[in-house]
Design a protein around this ligand. Structure first.
Ligand SMILES: [Zn+2]
Length: 64
């Protein structure tokens, strides 16, 4: 597996580290929580439930 892929799919959108499948598309629960908090904060002001950057719908919630 190539480890020198440019920034793109397969990397954490927050810190750029290789993402972990368990927390995809993030690299860790910390980054995932950070993103969720970010979204929750935005949701308070934005009625739309859709993200600004139309990416893949990968915001499924699965318990630990
Ligand atoms: Zn990260």
């Amino acid at each position: 597996m190539p480890s020198e892929t440019p920034a793109g799919p397969g990397k954490c959108p927050l810190c750029g580290k290789p993402r972990v499948q368990q927390y995809r598309p993030f690299c860790s629960r910390g980054c995932r929580d950070r993103d969720l908090n970010h979204w929750f904060g935005e949701t308070y002001r934005a009625p739309a439930h859709e993200g600004p950057d139309g990416g893949t719908d990968d915001d499924r919630f699965e318990g630990d």
